[in-house]
Design a protein around this ligand. Structure first.
Ligand code: 3H9
Length: 735
């Protein structure tokens, strides 16, 4: 009988003979919320129902143990099937419980209780089986996954390790190399890969319409009963039996982890736990895992990463997303096919939407198309895309030199030269050709969007969508909300961000919005530190040691010194003459030293090297500039540098919140983690400031103000919070 027929038959059987515990009076008073049990002949179907993702909070844990005990005690039950209600199996431990006093039963005990069940337990997995969710499935004796299943042990992304037996059961089941790869990457895998690894026993691909995880699990359990299968305990699985191979895998993982996960606490603990799986009994291995888990749980990195997790979800909930329904987006127009426009086009195409690109002439349009094409060609060259997939994507791309081609698109993103007159001319055309209700977005990174909106007849449709370069890769999308925009346009922008898999942050209109405005201030602090005595190389190193992938001068060399130079020239007339202005970057730019693309900037890049080496000539220029400015250089420790750099960032972050450019401190955190390389494990600058203590940050600012009172003006919000003894977290309104 085919699997499909088998399932159908089973469904028919079930619908005739199904009895619930309530009906039979077996589980009346104890039918707990969060977990429901229902008898299907001699199988107990246990459904975990804790929306939105069936996280394993204390109520679920208690009820799950109760359900297993009931099954164990009931002679009529021959097997148990575990399923999740809704879209997922189990999303893992309840992250909101971390840092609070532990409540029994602990999840490892729940998994052990499931594994100890005297009757076969089947986990039937659809949607997410992540972290503790997968560990519950590993506690079960048999596993079936549906096509929608997404399995993984992503604890490392929260600064943790799988702490409910995952570090012990997974290697025993699938071997140390595969288990370590899963746990160290935190990646999600699909049903087919899980079956290949041996993480699940089978994939239920060929379900009939309307059949679900319950049907698949019941079918599997029925087969097991018929075959007389006994419980099969993962803790006894034998994939670690070849000691030498296992040790080699652990050693390789340790070496690679030490090299790659600089500054992170939990990855090496994962490796230690797997070493325990090899060296110790299962029980002792579990005890080691628990000890290491608690160390991770108590680490500030865990707090930072969990903050980042909730902050990015909270940031996506702007007030307008609650107040209005998004407009529907079936097609997107993009003006400009340069680096930015092409990157945005790729992001939109990747989301499955058609793109109409507008350029000023055929030649520019061909270049725009080529810029898009080359991203996919690159993927093919790396073996990450097939030619037919590329062709299918490019078939959604069309281009024109006439704005009229945009008459039917639902949303337009303008990515032309940063100049108000140029942008206004584009918007005038959009006003002329676009259909009523089309969303008109600008990708400007600092211009006044209110002014752009005011220049056309439909300001309610105008919004800022500030992408970061390369736009198809960088996760951040600042959604910039001008005064007159309609709420449903803002909601549409957030919906688009979801489709593009971007992390959206709501920002208000000001010069630089959240990100570039704050960047301008801590960038200036870095310049001042350099002029006062630290070399750009020391500053970069101090910032890297803090956890950034690159220092500010490396970033400048990568982005191109000409960009900042042009901005400085443009703003020269409006600059406060009293404000300190460090001329070193101008001296480099005047020599044409724009960074990597010119072979030298702050660093030297001989033979197009990607990593620069310090340049004594740059140091000589800096010395000369110090003399010109009458500065006698002083020495800075790396800690001094980081204190100043972060104080400038936090203070301007506070200003941005104070002036309601950012809704909450968490929006600043998300911006810097996703758009500016701020180390995620530190949560973001505002979360970091809370961990340092706001009084300390304020005291630093007041100390630095003795040298430059104009630059180091404490933010009114910082002063207020310190006076109240409050912190930034108190303004976040997260759950
Ligand atoms: C762990 O398991 C430790 C164990 O090894 C050991 C323990 C002893 N808890 O992402 P979404 C909330 S560590 C609490 O937008 P999606 C989320 O905040 C855990 N809440 O949905 C949001 O709330 P709100 C290992 C959670 O469909 C809502 O659910 N597990 C949890 O795009 C919807 O979330 C993980 O790391 C949770 N575990 O994606 C998995 N998960 O509506 C983390 C979500 O108030 N979760 N929420 O904003 C995910 O990756 C995704 O949420 C998931 C669904 C893929 C499940």
């Amino acid at each position: 009988m085919s699997y499909r027929c088998f399932c159908r038959k089973l469904q028919n059987n079930v619908s005739h003979s199904e009895t619930s515990y309530k009906e039979t009076g077996l589980n009346t008073s104890a039918a707990p919320a969060f977990v429901s049990t229902r008898r299907h002949d001699d199988i107990l179907l246990v459904t975990i129902d804790n929306p939105p993702v069936n996280a394993l909070g204390v109520d679920v844990r208690r009820a799950l143990v109760e359900a297993i005990e009931t099954a164990d005690a009931d002679p009529k039950v021959l097997a148990v099937v575990l399923v999740g209600a809704g879209r997922n199996f189990l999303g893992g431990a309840d992250i909101r419980e971390f840092g609070k006093p532990p409540l029994a039963p602990a999840l490892p005990d729940v998994c052990n209780r499931i594994e100890a069940c005297s009757k076969p337990v089947v986990a039937s997995i659809h949607g997410a089986a992540l972290g503790g969710g997968l560990e519950v499935a590993l506690g079960a004796h048999y596993r079936v996954a549906l096509g929608t299943a997404k399995l993984g042990l992503p604890e490392v992304l929260l600064g943790l390790l799988p702490g409910a037996g995952g570090t012990q059961r997974t290697p025993r089941l699938i071997g140390a190399a595969a288990a370590l790869e899963l746990m160290l990457s935190g990646r999600h895998i699909g049903a087919a890969e899980a079956a290949k690894l041996g993480l699940v026993d089978r994939v239920a691909e060929r379900l009939a319409d309307g059949e679900d995880a319950a049907a698949a699990g019941l079918a599997y359990a029925r087969e097991l009963i018929q075959a007389g299968a006994a419980p099969r305990r993962t803790s006894q699985a034998a994939a670690l039996s070849d000691r030498d191979t296992t040790q080699a895998a652990i050693d390789a993982a340790r070496a690679e982890t030490s090299k790659k996960t600089r500054g992170l606490f939990s990855p090496l603990k994962i490796v230690d736990a797997v070493q325990g799986a090899l060296d110790l009994s299962f029980e002792d291995g579990l005890a080691l895992e628990r000890k290491l888990f608690i160390e991770c749980l108590d680490s500030p990195q865990r707090a930072g990463l969990v903050h980042a997790f909730f902050a990015e979800r909270e940031a996506a909930k702007a007030p307008e997303t609650r107040a209005a329904q998004p407009r529907s987006i079936g097609s997107v127009g993009i003006i400009g096919g340069g680096t930015m426009g092409a990157g945005i086009a790729v992001a939109v195409l990747d989301a499955g939407l058609p793109v109409v690109m507008i350029e000023r002439d055929e030649e520019a349009l061909a270049r725009g198309r080529a810029n898009v094409d080359k991203v996919y060609t690159g993927l093919i060259a790396k073996g990450r895309m097939k030619l037919d997939a590329k062709d299918a994507i490019m078939a959604r791309w069309s281009g024109s030199t006439a704005y009229d081609a945009l008459s039917q698109v639902d949303l337009v993103i303008e990515a032309v030269f940063e100049d108000m007159a140029v942008k206004q001319a584009v918007f005038k055309e959009l006003d002329r050709v676009c259909k009523p209700g089309a969303v008109l977005a600008t990708n400007t990174s600092y211009l006044d969007i209110d002014q752009i909106a005011a220049s056309i007849s439909r300001p309610q449709d105008v919004i800022g969508l500030h992408f970061f370069s390369p736009a198809n890769i960088m996760k951040l999308l600042e959604i910039v909300v001008p005064a007159k925009v309609a709420a449903d346009v803002v909601a549409t922008a957030f919906e688009l961000a979801k489709k593009l898999k971007k992390t959206a942050v709501r920002a208000g209109v000001c010069d630089g919005f959240i990100g570039n405005r704050v960047l301008a201030v801590y960038g200036a602090a870095a310049q001042a530190i350099m002029e006062d005595g630290a070399s750009p190389y020391q500053i970069d190193k101090a910032v890297r040691d803090f956890g950034y992938p690159m220092g500010p001068f490396q970033v400048s060399d990568l982005a191109g010194g000409d960009i900042g130079w042009a901005t400085r020239k443009r703003r020269a007339a409006t600059r406060d003459p009293q404000a300190r202005y460090v001329q070193i970057p101008d001296r480099l730019a005047e020599r044409g030293w724009f960074g990597q693309k010119t072979g030298r900037g702050y660093y030297l890049y001989p033979e197009a090297a990607r990593v620069g080496t310090p340049d004594p000539e740059v140091e000589a220029i800096i010395d000369a500039e110090r003399q010109r400015a009458g500065i006698s250089p002083k020495s800075f420790t790396d800690e001094d540098i980081v204190r100043r750099y972060l104080a400038a960032m936090v203070n301007e972050g506070a200003n941005v919140v104070h002036q309601k450019i950012a809704l909450r401190p968490l929006d600043v955190d998300v911006t810097f983690v996703h758009g500016y390389g701020f180390p995620r494990y530190r949560g973001g600058p505002m979360h970091y400031a809370d961990t340092v203590g706001l009084e300390k940050i304020l005291a630093d600012i007041q100390e630095f103000a003795k040298e430059d009172p104009l630059f180091w003006q404490p933010s009114p919000l910082l002063l207020e919070l310190v006076a109240r003894g409050a912190n930034f977290a108190s303004l976040n309104h997260t759950k």
